[in-house]
Design a protein around this ligand. Structure first.
Ligand SMILES: Nc1ncnc2c1ncn2[C@@H]1O[C@H](COP(=O)(O)OP(=O)(O)O)[C@@H](O)[C@H]1O
Ligand SMILES: [Mg+2]
Length: 383
């Protein structure tokens, strides 16, 4: 038995999901031969258990074919950074990473993007939660096909609803259909906190948060309650949408939230019959803004009827049309986002300590005295 024989045999083992073998990939780190006893050490790039066990079985079989009697395959897989290295306040500590999805305007595809990125990340093997924090317009239950499902209550906490391998919670699931809510700022802040603290999220790799449009109380409360790992903004290519998106990006900067990038949605139209792509709202207009904020376009998502019907019927396109152009783009964006999350955690994570409120609890930020004696008018000018 020689090293050459072993290597030739191992060339028959194809790396799962690829067309190349593990020798050509350069994954074989060490071969030890003692008579017919062979020990091989393999370094792989996937941390999935299925990949390791499949490789072990196939390599053992190939080596036995060439006369090895006793085979040991040591597989060294990288460790998934399931732990977050983020610091500061976190009222949902079982969640490792938080992704804030924002937009300047409503109707630009923020919820569509949140749903499809959540599905894409789940399909790529991550444990994903999806929080619909758009308290005024909670659309996620319909888009996830669970608009009639009421969540289970456990004690004074609520279990998230499960769909497509994702844990989901929305104000829409907690109130009666068609009800409208009139919220004051303080109530929005409370609601965001309760969504994080009182929902029984399991140990999630990431929680995607679909925010209300704009830059207001909900955004600030979220950033102060949990360390937000990444923010991304969704825009359409028209200038009027871009103007508002600039405010979202500026908010991320002020809140020390790393910017993942921009999703340019409704970027061109792909005709379902011919597959030809047409430019409707403009395309590529987002690039200069990305440069200005030192970030990138994560994906250009075309207008596709399947996206709208998928949303209305609760069948996300990324799940139901895996071969579509839109799915490919969401999948690529999800991979990019995950790579950014890993990098941020390797480099020490995010920290929200600098943006905590400076006033003691129970005291309004505009009070000039620590303990207001009476309401004899406010001297700071705000009411
Ligand atoms: N790329 C797209 N192609 C076709 N329809 C889309 C696309 N993006 C969003 N839509 C549809 O546009 C509407 C608004 O999108 P939505 O995600 O609810 O926006 P937002 O959350 O920003 O208000 C929805 O009906 C959705 O299905
Ligand atoms: Mg929405």
């Amino acid at each position: 038995m020689t090293k050459e024989i072993i290597e030739t045999a191992l060339k028959n083992v194809i790396y799962p999901g690829f067309t190349k073998d593990i020798v050509s990939f350069g994954f074989i780190k060490d071969i030890n031969i003692a008579g017919s006893v062979v020990t091989v050490t393999v370094d792989i790039t996937s941390s999935a258990d299925e990949v390791a066990s499949q490789l072990k079985a196939e390599a053992t079989e190939e080596l036995k074919k060439v006369g090895a009697t006793n085979v040991t395959i040591n597989i060294q897989a990288p460790k998934m950074p399931r732990e977050s290295s983020s610091k500061g306040k976190n009222i949902a500590p079982q969640v490792k990473n938080f992704i804030m999805v924002s937009s300047g305007k409503g109707g630009v595809g923020k919820s569509t993007t949140s749903v499809n990125l959540a599905v894409a990340l789940a399909m790529q093997g991550h444990k994903v939660g999806l929080l619909d924090a758009d308290i005024y317009g909670p659309n996620i239950p319909r888009m996830m096909g669970v608009e009639t499902v009421k969540p289970e209550v456990q004690g004074n906490k609520v279990l998230p609803i499960k769909a497509y391998g994702i844990e989901m919670m929305s104000m829409g699931s907690l109130m009666e259909e068609g009800q409208s809510l009139i919220w004051r700022g303080a109530m929005i802040m409370k609601a965001v906190e309760q969504f994080l603290r009182d929902i029984l999220w399991s140990d999630l790799d990431c929680l995607i948060i679909d925010m209300p449009p704009g830059t207001g109380d909900a955004q600030l409360t979220l950033a102060q309650s949990v360390p937000v790992t990444l923010g991304l903004t969704v825009t359409t290519p028209q200038m009027v949408s871009l103007d508002d998106s600039r405010r979202s990006l500026d908010m991320f900067k002020k809140l020390n939230i790393p910017i993942a990038g921009i999703i340019e949605n409704m970027s061109g139209f792909i005709a379902p019959d011919t597959g030809v792509e047409y430019d409707i709202f403009g395309k590529g207009t987002t690039e200069p803004m990305a440069k200005e904020f030192d970030t990138k376009i994560l994906a250009e998502i075309p207008i596709e009827p399947a996206i709208r019907t998928g949303g209305d019927n609760g069948k996300p396109v990324t799940y139901f049309a895996p071969d579509s152009e839109t799915t490919k783009r969401f999948m690529a964006a999800a991979e990019d986002i995950w790579a950014q999350i890993e990098k941020i955690n390797e480099e020490g994570g995010v920290d929200n300590q600098a943006i905590q409120p400076t006033t003691p609890p129970g005291v309004s930020a505009c009070s000039t005295t620590a303990a207001p004696q009476e309401s004899s008018g406010s001297s700071c000018g705000c009411s």
